[in-house]
Design a protein around this ligand. Sequence first.
Ligand SMILES: NC(=O)c1ccc[n+]([C@@H]2O[C@H](COP(=O)([O-])OP(=O)(O)OC[C@H]3O[C@@H](n4cnc5c(N)ncnc54)[C@H](OP(=O)(O)O)[C@@H]3O)[C@@H](O)[C@H]2O)c1
Length: 281
Amino acid sequence: MTAEHRQPALISAAGVRMPRLIYGTAWKAEHTAALVEAALRTGFRGIDSAAQPKHYDEAGVGAGLAEVALPRDSLYLQTKFTPPDGQDKTRLPYALDAPLATQIEQSLQSSLRHLGSDYIDGLILHSPLASRAATLDAWRAMQQWVTRGVVRQLGISNCYALAEFDALYRAADIKPAVLQNRFYARTRHDRELRAYCRAHDVIYQSFWTLTANPEALASATLRNLALRHRCAPAQILYRYLTHIDVVPLIGTTSVAHMREDLSIFEFALDARECDALSLLF
Ligand SMILES: NC(=O)c1ccc[n+]([C@@H]2O[C@H](COP(=O)([O-])OP(=O)(O)OC[C@H]3O[C@@H](n4cnc5c(N)ncnc54)[C@H](OP(=O)(O)O)[C@@H]3O)[C@@H](O)[C@H]2O)c1
């Protein structure tokens, strides 16, 4: 069985096939192309990027994709529009003084060019804007690209207030298919938001899944399950998240960790084990 076959997928509310583990490309700098190539050769088929040169080298992501040259429809490519507040103003993928809709268009064109694709599977609004009205303006501009067939589905990131996410969900003509958030104890791991996502068929993607959860990874529950399944606590956490339909973004720079992470589909956690983990997350 190839790694690809070992990695099952989810189908989003928009009908888009999304692998259950996605390789995250932030902070890879000059190693981005080689790491994306390694992730694809190891079996990852989902890639998370952003038109945010401060943290992502999207041209490097494209170079890694080109090196492996997999059929485009075997990949899930996700990128982000990052509003000006999240950008290094000296390295912008759009004109700072352009209207929001133009910024979104320029950002998207930059992503398409860098990724070497004529469409994007998931376009994520990197964070809500200063007001709900501004967030909705951005969303409406993003929706147009779905209507034009350039983007297959939309999502939002760093949206931690249920009321804010609900307001966007209700107002949107094209509903968010993805919520991408930091998964950590301070927000109670977004329990309420994750329940909302389940009820509304929104896929929850987690980031900083390992780096923000050192206590949980060191807990007796995770360590004992790791011993029982002869794997690392990180693999138990990732496997648990896949059981509850959370899609972790995996930021490793190690091929050994890539292999370990993709191998989680070789074992399953039973209902009792998942119940024990649900007390931690
Ligand atoms: N929307 C947003 O605002 C936002 C913010 C942050 C991140 N993200 C996305 O989320 C992705 C992942 O974020 P992240 O890199 O901070 O989080 P992460 O995947 O939780 O952390 C990766 C760190 O964990 C270590 N690690 C240890 N064992 C590992 C294993 N088995 N598998 C994977 N990593 C292991 C890695 O070290 P080694 O390199 O030695 O394996 C690395 O230092 C980013 O690349 C980006 O795409 C989005």
